[in-house]
Design a protein around this ligand. Structure first.
Ligand SMILES: Nc1ncnc2c1ncn2[C@@H]1O[C@H](COP(=O)(O)OP(=O)(O)OP(=O)(O)O)[C@@H](O)[C@H]1O
Length: 899
């Protein structure tokens, strides 16, 4: 059996005879058996045996071999200078990578160079900027439990942010979905099977880590390295375990030491935010669109941030809208102020474009990984701060005043970097050129000696030409022989006595003089000492700055928040958003005038705004009917997005919005809408419905889109009605229920808490124009036949469907102006309902049918087609099966035709 990680069997078999280096490799593979070991040999990271084959294949590099007396080993090497992109591929292929560096200078080593694993790179513990996307978070999370209290800890090793919380299982699962970790650890007493990992952790890598690290004492000890008194931060043993175990793992991946920059272990209460579970996050398309239209999620509309810090913060706000009115309004105040003062806003936004991701940067400083350019970037960021401060000098609202106060100019750090670090330093920090002149006397002396020596050498050619009379004489330098004076063969007879031979070439000889040799020693001696001294000075400066990490982190937090507030104001101004207001305690109702869908309005130039009144006199439950494609889903989502935006602190796309503080947004979207996710099973739909019916309160906003679609019409209708009644009687949540079951509109007649809304369309001949306008009352027809035609359903089926509709709906006028919609209209007991979807036509054969005898046969054929279609589980159907079925259906109709 071959294995890419762990000790290669080929080496284990000859363990005693291996060369010292290979034996070192084998040891490390054994020690880090979960990881693919990349083993530094000079300028390359090498892998051997099966690992070499995997690396060669995944990274598309050449597979070579290494031969010695013990055998021939497959080998492949990644150039260290360019390792990041290769490591990324290995991570993408699901490997953890252990970087085994040479930890002593190869020239100084006596015998084998010592090597050690300095870092384990896993998806959740990446710190390399090249492997991380800008402005994102990258968490590794852990889950522990104590009885039925579950706790979640998450750390972003690239910034040092560490969060911990606990709650009952369902709530922790929800938090896990929001954190969206790249890697997940379970404490030993947690049963991972209780978590639906596909949903909660998506692509996250699940890692097994030392069970002992999660034990009470070990976890407490680890955590006390980060907070003076762990019990003052964590609320229970589960949090202690999750946090301690997680930090131990983070340390393990970063070489074993305490991570100084993880200075803020923050406990939060999940109740501080509006609840949005994975289903809601997905169906509202806050971060990702479900279809192919990338770039059309809500975050894309909002993300006009100036810097990566702001981008990360914005995502955090959107993931966790607030529920505390004061905190929300403090944000609104700041957005309002920025919206009003365009000059200040744009000046601040402009200044912030010079701000680097100092959260990640200071983490690198603290880990001792930052180079001189990083420090200069920190300085560039700090340069901006006094200007931003002065822009905010006249700020009025409390939030902006607080932020003004929190903007620490860090003049000491800025001044130190400015004095110490060269303005345009190289990436390497060991080869000189990083420390600025004037910072250190000794360094200046050494550089002066070096410079004087080089000048002397530069003048040597002219003076020697004069002394010897050899015009072609040349002074040069090479790595091996150092400085030399080169004289061509014809002139050798004129060479002075103090010239000593250094090297013979074909047409010339190279010489040196004792003085040149002495100068050379001086130059290189000084240069070498200077480089070394520079490195020492640089690391000293870096450590001094590392000691200020917390101040830099606090500054970064303030800059991030400012960026988000100014951005939200800019988005509000650019897109005509208004400031929402909230009800006083005891009041109810969602009242939106001219509400718009923030994303759809960007792609639909003629977007039609719609009002929403929910929870007031009209009732809390709106049953929404209307033709397919008329805008029902868009409308429901826009209400939810207005709520989410308002509670995250943003203005909203509407003429006015007076809102409640919603505790949770639930969504249950139509089966067909979820096909892409392969989750259109009726079971799933019912599981989501169960969550809603159990979890919603009167302060929740519930969106139900086509509930009951996954089963037979009769069952679906029954479930839809019973759901409506339950929500009305027992829950009282703000509810928008879009449905094609017109029967459901009758509930409005029976209950005060339920009312009907419908979407309008006009019909001209065979064409339907959607007005996208919501109105009171129920709609009369679903216009499914027109949609079926538009979708390319054969004309004969369309025509026949229309005949059936017309026959059945004879009591309903077809003229759009003359009573097209009935207010709260109740449908007759037997009727034909047109469903949406890809034009599927479903007839419901009631006890009395209005079909005439001459059409009975066709009815039968159509009914057969409908029942065939009904039986199809689209999510389980391959394209080939779909084609075959389609063919069968056509044949059914053709047979009918032939009769
Ligand atoms: N208010 C509006 N103004 C302009 N265009 C709109 C509006 N609402 C929706 N649309 C457009 O109409 C299309 C259909 O909208 P939507 O998906 O909301 O319809 P629907 O009634 O939910 O359809 P179905 O019943 O088939 O699911 C959207 O893609 C959108 O482009």
């Amino acid at each position: 059996m071959t294995s890419v990680t762990g000790p290669p069997e080929q080496m284990v078999a000859v363990r005693e005879d291996l060369t010292p280096m290979m034996s070192q490799y084998l040891d490390l593979c054994e020690q880090y058996e979960e990881s693919l070991v990349l083993f530094q040999v000079g300028d390359f990271y090498e892998a051997f045996c099966d690992a070499a084959e995997a690396v060669a294949r995944i990274c598309e590099i050449t597979l070579t071999k290494r031969e010695d007396s013990t055998g021939t080993y497959a080998m492949s090497g990644i150039p260290i200078d360019n390792a990041a992109s290769y490591v990324e591929r290995l991570l993408d292929s699901g490997y953890r990578v252990a970087i085994a560096d040479q930890v002593e200078d190869a020239e100084e080593a006596s015998g084998l160079v010592d090597r050690a694993v300095t870092q384990i790179i896993t998806p959740g513990t990446i710190v390399d900027d090249e492997l991380l996307s800008a402005g994102t978070t990258n968490y590794v999370a852990s889950v522990a439990r104590d009885g039925d209290t579950f706790s979640l800890a998450a750390v972003d090793v690239s910034t040092g942010e560490c969060l911990v919380t606990s709650a009952k299982l369902d709530r922790v699962v929800e938090e896990l979905e929001r954190v969206a970790p790249a890697e997940l650890l379970f404490a030993p007493d947690v049963d991972a099977s209780e978590f639906d990992l596909d949903t909660v952790a998506g692509d996250a890598m699940v890692t097994d880590f030392d069970a002992d690290a999660f034990g009470h004492d070990a976890a407490r000890e680890t955590l006390s390295g980060y907070v003076p008194s762990p019990e003052a931060v964590v609320a229970n043993d589960a949090e202690l375990s999750a946090c301690g175990g997680l930090l131990a793992y983070a340390e393990y991946t970063q070489g074993g030491d305490r991570l100084d920059y993880v200075s803020r272990v923050t406990r939060y209460d999940p109740r501080e935010s509006l609840r949005l579970d994975a289903t809601a996050l997905r169906s509202l398309e806050l971060f990702e669109t479900r279809g192919a239209s990338s770039g059309h999620a809500l975050v894309d509309v909002l993300d006009e941030t100036s810097c990566a810090l702001g981008r990360r913060e914005l995502t955090g706000w959107l993931r966790r809208p607030l529920v505390d009115r004061e905190r929300i309004e403090a944000r609104h105040d700041a957005v309002a102020e920025f919206a009003e003062h365009a000059l200040v806003r744009e000046a601040v936004r402009d200044l912030l474009t010079d701000v680097y991701d100092v959260e990640r940067l200071i983490a690198r400083v603290s880990r001792g990984r930052a180079n001189a350019r990083d420090l200069r970037s920190l300085k560039t960021t700090l340069d901006v701060v006094p200007e931003v401060k002065s822009e905010l000098a006249d700020a009025e609202c409390a939030k902006l005043r607080d932020l003004h106060g929190a903007l620490d100019e860090l003049a000491d750090v800025r001044d130190l970097i400015d004095r110490a670090i060269a303005t345009d330093p190289p990436i390497e920090i060991t080869e000189g050129g990083v420390v600025r002149e004037g910072f250190d006397d000794e360094l200046d002396d050494l550089r002066a000696t070096e410079r004087a020596g080089r000048e002397w050498v530069a003048d040597l050619e002219a003076s020697e030409k004069e002394r010897t009379g050899i015009d072609s004489l040349d002074v040069g330098h090479n790595q091996v022989h150092g400085y030399y004076i080169e004289v061509t063969n014809p002139n050798l007879d004129r060479v002075p006595d103090d010239y000593q031979r250094r090297q013979t070439l074909k047409n010339s000889e190279r010489f040196y003089t004792p003085e040149l040799k002495q100068r050379e020693d001086e130059i290189f001696g000084a240069a070498e000492r200077a480089d070394k001294l520079e490195y020492e000075l640089f690391t000293e400066v870096r450590s001094t700055i590392a000691a200020e990490s917390e101040r830099v982190q606090a500054l970064a937090a303030a800059l991030a928040e400012l960026d988000v507030l100014a951005t939200l104001a800019a988005v509000a101004v650019d897109n005509d958003y208004v400031r929402p207001t909230f009800h006083e305690a005891g009041e109810r109702g969602i009242d939106i005038d001219g509400g718009r869908h923030p994303v759809v309005e960007r792609t639909q130039p003629n977007f039609v705004p719609n009002d929403t009144r929910l929870g007031g006199d009209e009732g809390s439950i709106a049953i929404i009917t209307g033709p397919n494609m008329s805008g029902k889903s868009t409308y429901m989502r826009q209400v939810a997005l207005v709520v989410v935006l308002a509670q995250m602190g943003s203005f909203v796309p509407a003429d006015s919005a007076h809102l409640p503080l919603v505790d949770r947004v639930f969504t249950r979207v139509g089966a067909s809408d979820d096909i892409a996710g392969g989750q259109s099973t009726f079971m799933r739909e019912m599981a989501e419905l169960t969550d809603i019916l159990h979890g919603a309160t009167e302060d929740s906003l519930v969106l139900l889109d086509e509930v009951g679609r996954g089963t037979s019409t009769a069952d679906g209708q029954a479930i839809a009605r019973a759901t409506t009644e339950f929500v009305d009687d027992d829950v009282g949540a703000y509810t928008l229920f879009a449905t094609h079951y017109h029967e459901l509109t009758a509930v409005a007649d029976e209950r005060d808490g339920v009312f009907n809304l419908h979407f309008t369309a006009t019909r001209t001949g065979d064409d339907v124009t959607f007005l996208h306008r919501v109105e009171r009352g129920a709609s009369s027809s679903s216009y499914g036949v027109e949609v079926a035609r538009m979708a390319g359903v054969p004309e004969r089926v369309v025509t026949r469907s229309q005949e059936l509709v017309d026959a059945d709906g004879a009591d309903v006028s077809d003229s759009p102006s003359a009573g097209e919609y009935r207010s709260n209209g109740r449908r007759e007991p037997t009727q034909t309902t047109l469903t949406n979807g890809a034009g599927a036509v479903e007839t419901e054969t009631g006890e009395s049918t209005s079909s005439t005898d001459s059409t009975t046969e066709r009815d039968d054929a159509l009914a057969a087609v409908a029942s065939e279609l009904d039986a199809v589980d689209i999510a389980q159907t391959t394209p080939l099966e779909a084609l075959t079925r389609l063919n069968d259906l056509k044949r059914l109709l053709e047979e009918d035709d032939a009769r």
